[in-house]
Design a protein around this ligand. Structure first.
Ligand code: PMP
Ligand code: GLU
Length: 400
């Protein structure tokens, strides 16, 4: 028996975080690198949120708090659900953690038994698969197609569900594809879940506010209220409030599940940072006017990137309506050789050669369970986006 836990052999380090570290490392060596790897907004945290944190620190709000969130924050979250989603959640139905990632982790660890199946529409965020595997669950993929703009169909969802299914993980707007759904499309998917009464839904609404072209966000329980008793609605502060480094996220659902998640958290990290929690109260209760301003920039950047990518030889890029990612296919380049002599056997070879030869960091589709594709996070300035797309065009155009 080795020293390290066997469970660690079932998972990989987070590929999105690994690409980001690699890009920083190359930059530190003096290389000219543009990083489109990290899924985080380039905008700074709004001032009123920072001020609330400074005030909390000055007032000595620097002690342990309730494990799963201070009452003020739970009240603000409860009001948010009512105001924005028309949903009623009491404070006892809300759990706050150190990032949405921890809330997701807690929910899965608190419920999965060996062999339980978790349906994950793909492509999906890297951590879904590995957290399920860490808990000894079995990820079951429900594939989407580029032709459908990577939107899940009711038939694909239905087909993935078996008597062993414990959870369906749903994420829209989606990381890594940006796919977002109309109310009717969402209702058709939720009709499938309404039918399978043994299945729980974990809806990851992290990109709720990042939705474009006038499309309106709806959360699953709002369109299919019968799912209320078996849904965990996950959300956080990282994306819309530009707070990735603060580490704050939350989930709302049945008390029985929330209690189990809190029990787990009490034996791991305890409460999320007290100062961050006060900043979270200001984020939810304060002005929201920066969100549409940011979205206007995101939409312009998306249009620029999609148009320039579709002008690259061998690349096909759908135009999504949410998040800040695009997920182009590089199928047209597989089997070719780059100007630097790299054989492009798969998307991993494509992203490695792109970083080596042109200094553009993106994430391989294999990490999100759909190849041959790659993910670009366009949450960066226009000049860097233009330059990186020019480099991608050159890289693809010079392939033999
Ligand atoms: N869900 C999705 C879909 C994400 O992309 C991320 C990563 N930012 C998270 C959850 C977790 O975010 P955080 O832990 O920063 O709240
Ligand atoms: N979720 C973001 C991303 O996909 C942040 C990194 C991570 O936690 O995976 O890039």
């Amino acid at each position: 028996m080795g020293f390290l836990a066997d469970s660690l052999n079932r998972i990989q380090p987070s590929a999105t975080l690994a690409v980001t570290s690699k890009a920083l490392e190359l930059k530190a060596q003096g290389r000219d690198i543009i990083s489109l790897g990290a899924g985080e907004p380039d905008f700074d945290t709004p001032e009123h949120i920072k001020d609330a944190a400074i005030k909390a620190m000055r007032e000595g709000k620097t002690k342990y708090t309730n494990v799963d969130g201070i009452p003020e924050l739970k009240a603000a979250i409860s009001a948010k659900f009512k105001r924005e989603n028309g949903l009623d959640y009491k404070p006892s139905q809300i759990s706050v953690g150190t990032g949405g990632k921890q809330v997701l982790f807690n929910a899965l660890m608190a419920t999965i038994n060996p062999g339980d199946e978790v349906v994950i529409p793909t492509p999906c965020w890297v951590s879904y698969i590995d957290i399920v595997r860490l808990g000894d669950g079995k990820p079951v993929f429900a594939e989407t197609r580029i032709e459908d703009g990577f939107k899940l169909t009711p038939a694909a969802l239905d087909k993935a569900i078996t008597p062993k299914t414990k959870w369906v993980l749903f994420n829209a707007p989606c990381n890594p594809t940006g796919a977002a759904y109309t109310r009717d499309e969402l209702k058709a998917l939720m009709d499938v879940l309404a039918k399978h009464k043994h299945v729980w839904l974990l809806t990851d609404d992290m990109y709720e506010h990042l939705i474009f072209d006038g499309l309106k966000f709806h959360t699953p329980v709002e369109v299919e209220p019968s799912l209320y008793e078996r849904t965990l609605t996950l959300n956080g502060f990282s994306k819309a409030y530009c707070m990735t480094g603060w580490r704050l996220g939350y989930g709302a659902g049945p008390e029985m599940l929330i209690k189990a998640m809190s029990k787990l958290q009490s034996q791991s990290t305890s409460n999320p940072c007290s100062i961050t929690q006060y900043a979270g109260v200001a984020a939810l209760n304060g002005p929201q006017d920066f969100i549409p301003r940011h979205n206007k920039s995101f939409m312009e950047r998306r249009d620029l990137v999609v148009s320039m990518l579709n002008q690259s030889t061998g690349i096909k890029c759908p135009k999504p309506q949410g998040a800040f990612y695009v997920y182009p296919s590089c199928e047209g380049l597989i089997g070719k050789t780059s100007a630097g002599g790299a054989k492009i056997v798969n998307d991993e070879a494509f992203v490695t050669a792109l970083l080596e030869e042109e200094g553009v960091a993106v994430v391989q589709g294999a990490a999100f369970a759909m190849s041959p594709c790659f993910r670009i996070s366009y949450a960066t300035d226009t000049k860097s986006l233009e330059e990186s797309c020019r480099r991608i065009q050159r890289f693809c155009g010079n392939m033999k």
